[in-house]
Design a protein around this ligand. Structure first.
Ligand SMILES: NC(=O)c1ccc[n+]([C@@H]2O[C@H](COP(=O)([O-])OP(=O)(O)OC[C@H]3O[C@@H](n4cnc5c(N)ncnc54)[C@H](OP(=O)(O)O)[C@@H]3O)[C@@H](O)[C@H]2O)c1
Length: 264
């Protein structure tokens, strides 16, 4: 069978022939028709997570089947933040895989969503359900949030992982509100702040979360946003370069908390 993988860390992922895997006890073999490229795949391929060990080469990449990782992370994060219907949620990195699911799922719960996006993608983000867009680079985000929600927001979800960004907007969270990062984007002082509920979030992979996600997608309440259709052979070079660009842009971030991009 064909699979996208690497022969060594640092190589651009490429399509190659690999043996068909034989399922062991309690496992099943799943046929994949289409898959997404998750930032975690690119982080693994770069070698940024080599210290975790357990890799065997040639290494087949594949954290995702286009939906579960980003979708379940969005649903889990929304639950942890606990924003009530009618409450206000800010999504940083709203055009990515997690961000686009978060906007849709939160809007479906009657939550007011303020999203950050480039000018080019602002309309797409609005179509997903964001009520207000703060265009990146047009206005300092903390000032925009003070203008849009002078009373403070109920929660901010950081899907970028930029510590200076989260530090600049933490003051916009109301007392007792949540500041959650999925990209290790919070400084220690914020994690220790008792005024707000600040935390790093890790996907819990609960089966019931996958069932909830499946039901939402089947009902048409939320949909995966396809940023680009890549050919099976050699199509990973572009996201790989993009990943490297984001990585270079955010030197202060820990390895692994890196992004490619989805909504474009
Ligand atoms: N904790 C967990 O369990 C968990 C689960 C899933 C993902 N993650 C992590 O969460 C992050 C987001 O995942 P994802 O799948 O949504 O990634 P993604 O599809 O690559 O999206 C990343 C988002 O961040 C934006 N962004 C990137 N660099 C930026 C910068 N310098 N300033 C402002 N915005 C920037 C991107 O916008 P542009 O494309 O316009 O730059 C995009 O909206 C990744 O770091 C991923 O590794 C963690």
């Amino acid at each position: 069978m064909r699979a996208i993988g690497i022969a060594h860390f640092g190589e651009t992922p490429a399509l190659r022939e690999v043996p068909v895997p034989e399922p062991g006890g309690g496992e099943v073999r799943v046929a994949i028709e289409a898959a997404s490229i998750n930032p975690l795949d690119l982080a693994i391929a770069s070698g940024a997570l080599a210290a975790l060990g357990g890799y065997r080469f040639p290494l087949t990449l594949g954290m995702d089947g286009a939906l579960p990782t980003a979708g379940m992370t969005a649903l889990g994060a929304i639950d942890v933040m606990g924003v009530p219907e009618g409450g206000t949620l800010v999504v940083l990195g709203a055009t990515g895989g997690v961000g686009t699911f978060t906007i849709q799922a939160a809007a479906a719960r009657g939550i007011r969503v303020i999203a950050t996006a480039s000018a080019r993608l602002a309309e797409e983000v609005r179509r997903l359900g964001a009520t207000e867009i703060v265009v990146r680079g047009a206005e300092p985000l903390d000032e925009a949030l003070r203008r849009l929600a002078p009373e403070g927001v109920d929660a901010i979800l950081d899907a970028v992982g930029d510590r200076s960004l989260t530090s600049s907007v933490a003051g916009a969270v109301r007392d007792g509100g949540a500041l959650l990062s999925i990209g290790s984007g919070l400084e220690e002082r914020l994690l220790a702040d008792e005024r707000i509920r600040a935390a790093d979030y890790r996907l819990d992979r609960k089966p019931e979360r996958l069932a909830e996600l499946t039901a939402l997608v089947t009902a048409g309440t939320i949909r995966p946003v396809i940023g680009a259709r890549l050919p099976p052979g050699g199509g990973t070079a572009r996201p790989h370069r993009r990943y490297q660009g984001h990585r270079n842009a955010r030197q202060d971030r820990p390895p692994g908390a890196l992004t490619s991009g989805r909504c474009r």
